[in-house]
Design a binder for this molecule. Structure first.
Ligand SMILES: O=C(O)CCC(=O)C(=O)O
Ligand SMILES: [Fe+2]
Length: 325
């Protein structure tokens, strides 16, 4: 697949480019300002493929709570986390150092726990963390609402009904496959090589329609390389700020928009000597259309394919691990 050829050329470090900026889009008064917001989102998503949202309706205290829940989960003993293993192909459960990217060939220096609503049987830490499940499902629902709001703007521009993507990502169905992923990148010692073999997350594009990413102030490392400039191998840092939501377009929406919306390469680099060496936590929500939904762009550039088959192709081609991004 075209996406993979691009990824496999991008293991090298490249250079940092501070010149580009990631657009920041204010969602306040969404219903009154929808047309204006839609233009801003479309511009950002057709150009850079990455943007950050403010006044998006998810309260910062709610985000902080989700991070403290995530810290609580990752602090559980390995024997407990091992009872909730990531099941191949499901995007549900816990893994550590299991994700190998084609861009690097080495495992990401992280652990993750993924929540995909219909697939969570026996995967909740109910005994150790009694309120975790309810908290996380409520947070997932807030992410869904925000993701669908942004997608409704893209639907307007693509000539689909405003509720087209809401219908394509129905949470109450067995075929639902949007995923909330908690991420914990391990603390480093300051003497770790920052080279092309060592990444918190190797360069990749996401498989989904739209990713919402929560980062914490001070926990740097995310870098972006816009598609049209991929050959430059120049990477722009995305400044982390608790409360902002960083968004990126994934491969599924790129295909669904006949390549108008851009799925953008990104990665998380290791801290350099002198930088913060502590753990890095982030939370990602991947909007992925329900399995039975048929993906086809307005101009029919690509053949119709179900969301299940599309993801399967992407996962099989990508790596032995099982994940959506
Ligand atoms: O942790 C981050 O900042 C990025 C995570 C990411 O890109 C992913 O999980 O797909
Ligand atoms: Fe990603």
């Amino acid at each position: 697949m075209q996406e993979l050829q691009l990824e496999s050329t991008l293991g090298a470090m490249g250079e940092e480019n501070q010149q580009r900026s990631i657009p920041v889009i204010d969602l306040s008064d969404f219903s009154q300002r929808k047309a204006e917001i839609t233009e801003q989102l479309w511009l950002a998503a057709t150009d850079c493929g990455f943007f950050q949202l403010t006044n998006h309706g998810i309260d910062v205290t709610r985000i902080e709570q989700a991070f403290s829940d995530a810290e609580g989960f990752f602090a559980l003993a390995p024997e407990i986390k091992q009872q909730m293993p990531l099941r191949p192909g499901t995007n549900a459960g816990w893994e550590s150092m299991a994700q190998v990217r084609p861009s690097t060939g080495t495992a990401d220096q992280k652990e993750s726990y993924q929540i995909t609503r219909p697939r969570m049987t026996n995967l909740w830490p109910s005994q150790s963390l009694p309120s975790f499940e309810a908290d996380m499902l409520a947070f997932e629902a807030s992410c869904w609402r925000l993701g669908i709001q942004v997608l409704s703007c893209f639907a307007d521009k693509l000539g689909f009904d405003a509720d087209f993507f809401a219908n394509a990502h129905q949470p109450d169905q067995q075929s639902y496959q949007s995923t909330l992923r908690l991420l914990h990148y391990y603390a480093t010692q300051g003497d770790v090589a920052v080279d092309e073999n060592n990444w918190r997350a190797g360069a990749h594009t996401d498989f989904d329609c739209l990713t919402l990413l929560f980062q914490r102030t001070g926990q740097h490392g995310l870098q972006v390389c816009p598609g049209k400039e991929a050959a430059s191998n120049q990477w722009t840092p995305v400044v982390p700020q608790t409360g902002m939501v960083t968004c990126n377009i994934g491969d599924m929406l790129m295909r669904w928009s006949d390549d108008q919306l851009k799925s953008t390469l990104h990665r998380v680099r290791m801290p350099k000597a002198g930088e913060y060496q502590g753990p890095r936590y982030s939370i990602a929500f991947f909007c992925q259309a329900n399995q039975d939904v048929v993906i086809q762009g307005p101009g029919h550039k690509y053949p119709a394919i179900s969301a299940a088959d599309y993801l399967q192709q992407r996962i099989e081609a990508n790596f032995a691990g099982n994940s959506n991004a």
